[in-house]
Design a binder for this molecule. Structure first.
Ligand SMILES: [Fe+2]
Ligand SMILES: [Fe+2]
Length: 507
């Protein structure tokens, strides 16, 4: 999926040149593939060169090249105005055209050698949905449908213009249905199920179009079989090829995110075993971040993954972080505040390096490095003040940054700070949670932690509400039991009583 869709990076002349050059090269390749397909469709015995160089064919291919150029110009303009950053990387442009080539060739193979209704019509749209985004999937679906239609009518073989037109309309409509059905589907099994679902309208449309031939029941069965092949092949091919795209181009899909947040994945398992407190904290932050991301229309699955890994750097020295201490021994008691600060703030850098070392998505590494921005570590600053006469530079007690650069990093910063602050309080009533969350949000804004991120005030308000609701739910008021008298007739003193006393003291 394309992550930084709303951020526009500065463009240089070189960027324009490289992106346009890539589109020109791919226009030539696309035209070449289309000519190859029309040649095979013609099915003549002559050689490719003599076929192509015939006068009438040359004019036809000039038209084809012209139409493909127009289609690609439309694609370029779409990205330029909607997702400009996407065009900055050659890798992205390559992925886009590989999707088109693969979908086009498989459409041709299945269509020609099985049947027109067996075409994987939703393949292109589904690839774009999972590897780029939903809006682009809908747009590219139209481009793909027109491209296939063009080559169908150019050769007029083996399908009639009527069949080619029907195929185009089915591609457009069924693929849009598939995009909305499959968007956000987290499990691969459900995606296969959707393949069956979209096969039904394909069958219905195919049967209506071929009603005249249905007097022979074998035709009826063939059309139904082909329609289900078309619906299922779209999802089967997409799911089979997706890991190859993920691996070759290091693309993040929701499926990959689900895999890396699985409790059995290496680093999460280590966190669970070696830093239980940090694991618990990250789990709560993950649930908050997911809700916050949904509230501002960012990717909730990505936010969840980023939360799971935000404190992974604490694995280096877990015992130095409060949540992993048992309350008896605090190693910071033996250290100077300066040294303690150094250990605490290094977890952002260590997390960044650990995530990169494990070849996890770079956005997770960025969030780990940015989630404390340039905030001060107030506890050790105050501690140092006690031992210092005169001035003490607070900058020496601050995280090194950088500040959050993405909305996901901003969400993690707020959810992380609020969770830790609320957990540290005895009173976790909704009113108190609201007060704490407001003070954390105000503090981060006062310290200009969102100056490098394109988040709006409205979005911060939505995040604030989501955190309040989330934390009020997690840390709802515990029932307060009346204290039992310790002396007299009704005196009660058991081990469970003593342990509940301890619990109260701890909170
Ligand atoms: Fe942290
Ligand atoms: Fe944290």
């Amino acid at each position: 999926m394309f992550l930084q869709s709303k951020k526009v990076l500065p463009w240089t002349g070189k960027n324009y040149f490289v992106s346009i050059l890539n589109f020109v090269i791919h226009t030539l390749i696309m035209t070449g593939i289309a000519i190859g397909v029309t040649f095979i469709n013609a099915g003549g015995g002559e050689s490719f060169l003599s076929y192509v160089s015939q006068g009438s064919n040359l004019i036809r291919y000039a038209y084809l090249g012209g139409f493909v150029s127009l289609l690609n110009a439309a694609v370029y303009l779409y990205f330029y105005y909607e997702f400009k950053d996407y065009l900055l990387k050659v890798k992205n442009i390559t992925v886009l055209f590989l999707i088109l080539y693969l979908s086009y060739i498989l459409t041709f193979v299945l269509g020609n050698y099985v049947g027109i209704y067996a075409r994987p019509i939703a393949l292109c749209a589904l690839f774009v949905l999972l590897l780029i985004n939903k809006r682009t999937a809908v747009f590219m679906n139209f481009i793909f449908a027109i491209f296939v239609f063009l080559t169908d009518v150019m050769t007029n073989q083996p399908f009639t213009v009527m069949q080619a037109s029907s195929s185009m309309i089915m591609t457009v409509t069924i693929s849009i249905v598939a995009v909305y059905l499959i968007d956000g589907t987290g499990s691969r099994i459900k995606v296969f199920g959707m393949g069956l679902v979209i096969s039904v309208p394909i069958s219905v449309i195919a049967l209506i179009l071929e009603v005249e031939t249905l007097t022979d029941y074998r035709n009826l069965l063939t059309i139904i079989f082909h329609s289900f092949t078309g619906g299922l092949s779209s999802v089967v091919i997409m799911m089979a090829a997706l890991p190859i795209f993920e691996y070759l181009f290091n693309i993040l899909t929701n499926y990959r995110l689900a895999e890396i947040t699985d409790h059995k994945s290496k680093l999460i398992k280590r966190m669970k075993d070696e830093a239980w407190g940090t694991f618990n904290h990250s789990t709560v932050v993950a649930s908050l971040a997911e809700t916050c991301a949904a509230a501002i229309e960012e990717n909730p699955i990505l936010a969840r993954a980023a939360a799971y890994y935000h404190d992974i750097g604490k694995l280096k020295q877990p015992i130095y972080f409060t949540e992993n201490q048992d309350g008896k021994y605090n190693p910071h008691d033996d250290l100077t505040p300066e040294l303690s600060t150094e250990i605490i703030r290094s977890h952002t850098r260590d997390g960044y390096e650990l995530i990169k070392k494990y070849h996890l998505p770079i956005i997770l590494a960025d969030v780990a490095r940015e989630h404390h921005g340039t905030l001060p570590i107030q506890y050790f600053y105050m501690k140092a003040l006690k031992y210092t006469e005169g001035e003490l530079d607070i900058n020496d007690f601050c995280y090194p940054g950088p500040k959050p650069h993405s909305k996901i990093a901003a969400i993690i910063m707020l959810a992380d700070g609020c969770e830790a602050a609320v957990r540290a309080h005895n009173d976790r009533s909704r009113e108190k949670v609201e007060m704490i969350v407001d003070s954390i949000v105000e503090d981060r804004m006062k310290r200009e932690q969102f100056s490098d991120c394109d988040i709006t005030m409205h979005e911060i308000d939505l995040i604030r509400d989501a955190i309040v609701n989330g934390l009020s739910g997690v840390y709802h008021d515990r029932i307060k039991y009346p204290k039992m008298p310790k002396t007299g007739k009704n005196a009660f003193s058991s081990s469970s009583d003593r342990s509940s006393d301890r619990e109260e003291k701890k909170n």
